[in-house]
Design a protein around this ligand. Structure first.
Ligand code: SF4
Ligand code: SF4
Length: 283
């Protein structure tokens, strides 16, 4: 069963939910993957011991000018404007290249080979009996989906994988949430929270992924998020009230369930509620 934890914006408590859910279910031989590769922080709470590090790259074109006839075909087929063919030159804009391979495939002179452009680092480790993986995208790098897909290779069929997705609703989130059985949407009861929940819930619906909502700092706003969930048929899985002491633990990198054992049960119950909904569809 693959379970994503996402939110329409950063700072809603998405990693808090992912980490504490993983700790509450730690006896289940599960995997936690931090796919928020621009700013991974689940490791600060779980403190895994890493045993594997690998550089991840994407294949980008290299032109053999001894063969190239400057016909322009490669530039025509590139959907990302990563190639420009001039009279006697081919310019490759590597940071725009998605590594799709179309240019090499369609080059009539076989003048294009590929080389790897590094985009980030993949790390794997163990946090007690939780298997852990995350990616670290290189600073300034925009091409995060290939790194996210590499991190997701740690998903193990038939076992639980919790995926901490990047915030927002763009390509990296789609990469993290695709192929998941369920998505927990973390939000806050504010106007911004409602706006971003609407965006991300429409995104997961379009992707055909079931979803439920966790309302963080549930006692600090108004009822509009709950009204929205009722209208859209989104179950409210859990409400987490604001608690200054818990916020301090979090700031020190200490998970909630470590200090409040009752939260262990809340997260476990939430998981069983989700598991019931996924029955028959989980992989
Ligand atoms: S398609 Fe091949 S031959 Fe044509 S411009 Fe591109 S690299 Fe050169
Ligand atoms: S690999 Fe794909 S994205 Fe990159 S330059 Fe070639 S056609 Fe464009």
């Amino acid at each position: 069963m693959r379970l994503a934890v996402a939110s329409g914006k950063g700072g809603t408590g998405k990693t808090t939910v992912a980490v504490n859910l993983a700790l509450a279910l730690r006896q289940k031989n599960l995997t936690l993957l931090d796919c928020d590769v621009e700013e991974p922080n689940a490791h600060l709470f779980l403190k895994p011991v890493f045993y594997f590090t690998k550089e991840v790259g994407i294949p980008v074109p290299r032109i053999d000018f001894a063969r190239c006839t400057f016909c322009g075909r490669c530039s025509e087929v590139c959907a990302f404007n990563a190639l420009a063919v001039l009279k006697d030159q081919v310019l490759v804009f590597e940071e725009l290249c998605h590594g799709c391979g179309s240019c090499a495939y369609f080059c009539p002179e076989r003048a294009i080979s590929e080389h790897e452009r590094p985009i980030g680092i993949l790390e794997r480790g163990n946090a007690g009996n939780i298997k852990f993986g995350h990616g670290r995208l290189n600073p300034g790098e925009a091409m995060s989906p290939p790194l996210i897909n590499e991190v997701k290779k740690m998903c193990r069929p038939g076992l639980i994988t919790i995926i901490d997705a990047p915030p927002g609703t763009s390509c990296p989130v789609v990469s993290a949430v695709s192929d998941c059985d369920y998505c927990i949407l973390v939000t806050e009861p504010t106007s911004f929270g409602l706006h971003d929940l609407d965006l991300v819930s429409r995104m997961v619906k379009k992707m055909g992924v079931q979803a439920g909502v966790v309302i963080n700092r549930s006692d600090l706003g108004d009822d509009r998020v709950e009204d929205y969930c009722r209208d859209k048929g989104l179950p409210v899985l859990q409400k987490i009230p604001f608690d200054r002491e818990l916020a301090e633990y979090q700031a020190r990198g200490e998970p909630i369930v470590k200090h409040r054992p009752s939260w262990h049960d809340y997260f476990e119950k939430m998981f069983y509620r989700i598991a019931e909904k996924c029955e028959g569809v989980s992989r």
